[in-house]
Design a protein around this ligand. Structure first.
Ligand code: 3HC
Length: 316
């Protein structure tokens, strides 16, 4: 933490004053002055994050009716519901920056706003629910724990609760895969198949490599991001390479190998063509996911109208 004094910075240009607060780890709150580009970056990132949470409900929601036991169904229902709650906290955090929820959703529905590439892959078998919990939520937590220290107060506070819940999500996914890996040969094969399909898309979730990451340098200066995409990706690979040993399964990367000199696992090349193809709307399920969201929004119109009418009546 660097020393910060309002008396020494009061006379400075607001941008210098702002950066001095950020450098001193003083949280920026909605009523504080902030550069327009900081506000826009936060709206972009927080809304992308919120959209990811609610689109992320779709691949897992697909298995609620087919969960193999009541216990698994309860866990999955609770998890999918948690993701909806995360979307709510994040939309509320974005709204503190002066943008309306209708606008944010309109941008999602028109394809203008992005959401995480990972949710454009299909959930083909029950083990996919375990792989999503362990790998996708595992990657999400790796990226999101540092966001609890984001310089923008409302986002950082929302992330604290989200990370607690995500940690439960990751553990239930691992436990699900562990049960399958100790089951019949067919169950073990199902778990391996799910890991084969979800591993690389999870590695890609961290975003483009640092050289191609347009926003990282500025976001790190503003302490929105604390670590680069590649740093977090490496931590994830290291964690998974160890945890998979307990499952007795393998990750689909023949080049994964411990590097004593680096103190990290080396890993094979990432298929960036696949990543950008999915980000640009051409993944296996992009169209299906957007259609489902637009459909849910249209079907919920009467609920929004009823809630608005009720609020109006109470005001009177
Ligand atoms: N999917 C889709 N787009 C991605 C992406 C991904 N996995 N990774 C990066 N991008 C996009 C960026 O949005 C940016 O596009 P834009 O300029 O049009 O907005 C472009 O690729 C360049 O990437 P940068 O690295 O420069 O972008 P950022 O600095 O914003 O870093 C990020 C990307 C690491 C995803 C960062 O935005 C971030 O940390 N966001 C918050 C966390 C988040 O949104 N996670 C999504 C998953 S949430 C989740 O998984 C839910 C859980 O329940 C499982």
């Amino acid at each position: 933490m660097q020393p910060y004094s309002t008396t020494t910075t009061d006379t400075l240009d607001p941008e210098v004053h702002f950066q001095a607060k950020v450098d001193a780890e003083i949280r920026i709150e909605p009523k504080d002055w902030m550069p327009e580009a900081y506000r826009k970056t936060l709206i972009r990132q927080i809304s992308q994050h919120a959209h990811s949470e609610i689109v992320g409900m779709l691949p897992e929601g697909n298995w609620i009716t087919r969960a193999p036991s009541l216990r698994r169904k309860q866990i999955l229902l609770a998890k999918v519901q948690d993701e909806g709650g995360h979307g709510l906290y994040l939309y509320a955090a974005a709204e503190t920056l002066g943008v309306g929820r209708d606008q944010l959703l309109a941008d999602l529905h028109s394809g203008k706003a992005k959401y995480s590439s990972i949710f454009n892959y299909p959930t083909l078998n029950w083990a996919d629910i375990g792989a999503i919990g362990w790998l996708v939520d595992g990657a999400a937590i790796m990226n999101q724990i540092p966001l609890c220290r984001c310089s923008y107060g409302p986002y950082a506070r929302a992330m604290q609760r989200i990370c607690k819940e995500e940690s439960f999500h990751q553990r239930q996914g691992f436990e699900l895969l562990l049960s399958l890996s100790r089951g019949t040969e067919a169950q073990k094969a199902m778990a391996q198949d799910a890991i084969n399909r979800w591993y690389w898309p999870s590695v890609m979730m961290f975003g483009p490599s640092d050289n191609d990451s347009a926003h990282s340098a500025q976001s790190m200066k503003w302490k929105i991001k604390r670590f680069s995409n590649d740093e977090l990706r490496q931590r994830f690979v290291d964690m998974i390479a160890e945890q998979i040993k307990t499952l007795g399964l393998v990750v689909p990367d023949p080049e994964l190998k411990w590097n004593e000199a680096r103190g990290h696992y080396d890993f094979g090349p990432i298929n960036w063509d696949e990543f950008w193809n999915v980000v640009n709307g051409n993944g296996p399920c992009n169209r299906q996911r957007l259609r489902a969201r637009v459909d849910a929004y249209d079907k919920g119109a009467w609920v929004r109208e009823a809630a608005a009418a009720y609020a109006e009546k109470r005001k009177q």
